[in-house]
Design a protein around this ligand. Structure first.
Ligand SMILES: [Zn+2]
Length: 743
């Protein structure tokens, strides 16, 4: 356990590489002392040194990466098919070589690769081919051991290399065989896509809708090949070998071989690799006849996996499976004992469900910002289905190559199971509620309590109860709201996401750059329902988080400028909205409507096409509680001029500075025409450029008007007819119109 804690610390503050060998020596010395003296202190020291040494050895992102990205040259082998995302086409690739300014960089083998710009799906490099090229490596500076993302601006920057891993060729043939077995039936083709994803790690044929519906109930992991599937494959082979009458010793060896082969074939991504390692280690230990005490064994496996791959601790999937497994091993027995009144099978099923729910909820909430209280029940019900799915896919893959009819029959079974699974998942997702992420201090307290709860200490029961109580209290405690009306620039890291609230109503204008952030920040503000999601224009720093919101949040309507309706990025959101039954609302200048207590007047763009995207940004006056807000998106100087020339009523109390306060916008004449009391540069917390621009800031101050830039969440609140009060910054109080004084 001490090495686990050391790896967690080592990820945040990795020791310099010069300490590698000294740490190994310390670990060996402590281990020798521990074996000689049999004192707990030396075991703790040995574990700590091992964990830190593992972090010192681990590949890390270069420090220079910061918020920006590094120009790199690389050689990769494409691992998977391509999936379209908001940031271009995406796939997984295996890194063979990576260098920055001529120096080779260490990095994890597997990396996500994006190709931006417009490319046709058929032009993209196929799975199993090798490529050399140049692009940008980006990653999180705060988590130096994490893995990065490679972005390539255009296909022209990639050059094919001869050769490719033979295994990818095998996978390609497998995908082909499954598709031939499916024939032309769309239902069977979907099943073939699912079987390829489960068995061969090829996700390109997976339909977006399938993943989304499972994600809502926390069951998407059933489609991502991971530790669970390793377990299911092992179980399947156990059954088959048991049926064939193979003895326990031979069975263990054969299962170990099968698990290894499956890990290779399914792509051997990190979770599969880890689960396969753990399973094989367990089988070998059993084979050698070791008596295994469950809790220390599980801890040893978790610690071992973390020492092998320290960066794994940053992955939600690893955290979740390690934590839930430990919790199940530690607490199912004691909980079951408390339920003596019930029949045995019911008591054990209830105990498993209860422990898994309590353990998974805080972590799932922290990472995915929503918890499904029914999700665990649905998951338990889904287990047998998942087993059938894996077994049928496996046999279909084996048979499809040489007996097409049998392959097709098994694909029918895959399709039927998937259909049932979808129904179960829908039930599970019914009670899904947003979970606001823990604040740092609370996360620390929770972590300490959870660690204590997973030991055999006499305080563990109290710690477990306290951890559960903290989670429950955090989930239900409402946040105080000092003002009935509020304008809040959400603390997304880059881009714009502005929330307007009045009474129970809430409208979000734009959704920032990173997919999850707007959803997380909304949840943090305890906003569970949006009356409308308004998209000003399809730039990635405004639209990046919109898809996640449409998938997961309760959204009343999707609004966007009519002239941009046919843009690819907006088209994708419209498809999502249609799938979820969310009404669409294309906007054009001249429209006037109400959302809850707010009156909205669309001022720009007109219904006829205009030139560039930024100048087609939505401009909207919103009247709430006696205050008028002007939303401007990324409008630039020429757009401002055209807007003024159209004679639109722009005068407002609060102005969202166009284009984040960049120098392309906010001309003096525009600012004078709006005459705001308060000008907000909605930039996100760490924008890519130095916003707001100095000349714009000077112009705003000369109005005179209060300029608000965005170091974190910025909130402006007011009572109906009352003064604007700025919170989150330095507590500036602004009187309207008459006074314009600051306190
Ligand atoms: Zn922007």
């Amino acid at each position: 356990m001490s090495s686990t804690v050391a790896v967690v610390v080592g990820n945040l503050l990795p020791p310099a590489q010069v300490w590698r060998w000294p740490l190994v020596l310390c670990a060996l010395a402590a281990l020798a002392l521990a074996l000689a003296r049999r004192r707990r202190l030396w075991w703790v020291a040995a574990g700590t040194c091992t964990g830190l040494a593992a972090c010192a050895f681990a590949a890390r992102l270069p420090l220079a990466i910061g918020e920006k990205s590094l120009p790199v040259r690389f050689t990769v082998a494409i691992r998977d098919g391509w999936v379209e995302s908001t940031q271009g086409f995406r796939t997984r690739a295996r890194l063979e070589q990576l260098e920055w300014r001529g120096t080779p960089l260490q990095h994890e083998r597997e990396i996500e690769l994006y190709i931006a710009g417009s490319a046709a799906l058929s032009e993209l490099p196929g799975a199993g081919t090798r490529w050399q090229g140049s692009g940008e490596l980006s990653g999180g500076a705060r988590m130096p051991l994490g893995s990065g993302v490679l972005r390539v601006k255009s296909l022209l920057l990639l050059r094919p290399l001869p050769g490719g891993p033979w295994l990818d060729g095998v996978r390609d043939r497998g995908v082909g065989a499954l598709q031939r077995a499916a024939g032309v039936s769309p239902r069977l083709l979907r099943a073939a896509g699912l079987a390829s994803a489960l068995m061969l790690g090829r996700r390109e044929e997976l339909q977006e809708g399938e993943v989304t519906s499972l994600r809502r109930s926390g069951m998407a992991h059933l489609l991502a090949v991971a530790g669970l599937h390793v377990g299911l494959v092992a179980g399947f082979f156990w059954l088959v070998l048991f049926g064939l009458g193979v003895g326990p010793r031979g069975r263990r060896w054969l299962i170990a071989v099968a698990v290894f082969a499956f890990a290779l074939l399914s792509g051997g991504n990190a979770p599969v690799r880890r689960a396969a390692t753990a399973t094989i280690a367990y089988l070998v230990a059993r084979q050698l006849g070791r008596p295994l005490v469950p809790l220390p064994t599980t801890w040893a496996i978790v610690a071992g996996l973390m020492v092998l791959e320290p960066a794994a601790v940053l992955e939600p999937g690893f955290q979740l499976s390690a934590f839930v497994t430990l919790a199940l091993v530690r607490w199912v027995g004691p909980v079951q004992k408390r339920l003596v009144a019930l029949p045995r099978w019911l008591a054990s099923a209830l105990a498993v469900a209860l422990v898994a729910q309590c353990a998974s909820m805080p972590l799932v909430g922290q990472h995915f910002v929503a918890v499904a209280p029914l999700g665990v029940v649905a998951n338990l019900a889904a287990m047998p289905l998942a087993f059938v799915l894996v077994a049928a896919s496996l046999v279909a893959l084996v048979l499809a190559g040489w007996w097409r009819l049998a392959g097709a029959a098994l694909l029918q079974l895959v399709a039927a199971t998937q259909w049932t699974l979808d129904g179960v998942s829908r039930l599970g997702g019914l009670g899904s509620v947003p979970f606001p992420p823990f604040v740092v201090l609370l996360a620390g307290v929770f972590g300490a309590l959870a660690a204590l709860a997973l030991t055999r200490s006499r305080w563990s029961a109290a710690a477990a109860l306290a951890a559960v109580a903290i989670t429950a209290a955090w989930l239900v405690t409402p946040l105080p709201r000092p003002f009935p009306h509020e304008l809040r620039a959400l603390a997304v890291s880059d881009g714009m996401a502005v929330l307007v609230r009045s009474g129970a109503g809430a409208v979000l204008v734009d959704a920032g750059r990173a997919p999850m952030e707007a959803w997380r920040e909304l949840s943090r503000a305890r906003v569970h329902r949006l009356d409308a999601l308004v998209i000003t224009h399809p730039d990635i720093d405004h639209i990046g988080g919109a898809a996640v919101l449409l998938e997961r949040a309760r959204v009343g309507a999707l609004m966007y400028p009519l002239v941009l309706a046919e843009r690819r990025e907006i088209g994708r959101l419209r498809r999502l909205a249609r799938e979820r039954g969310i009404p669409e609302c294309p906007l054009a200048a001249g429209q006037l409507f109400r959302i809850g207590d707010a009156t909205c007047e669309v001022l720009w763009p007109p219904a006829r096409p205009t030139s560039a995207d930024n100048n087609a940004s939505l401009v909207m006056g919103v009247g709430v509680g006696g205050i008028r807000l002007l939303i401007t998106g990324d409008l630039e100087a020429s757009g401002e001029a055209a807007l003024l020339a159209s004679g639109a009523a722009v005068r407002s109390d609060v102005l969202q500075l166009p284009h984040h306060g960049s120098r392309t916008s906010s001309t003096a004449s525009f600012l004078r025409a709006v005459g705001p009391v308060l000008a907000l540069a909605a930039t996100g917390v760490s924008p890519r450029f130095a916003y707001p621009d100095r000349t714009v800031a000077e112009r705003v101050r000369r109005l005179p008007s209060v300029l608000v830039s965005q170091p974190g969440t910025v909130s402006v609140g007011w009572e109906t007819g009352g003064p604007l009060v700025l919170a989150g910054g330095e507590g500036v109080r602004v009187h309207r119109r008459q006074g314009r004084e600051r306190e």
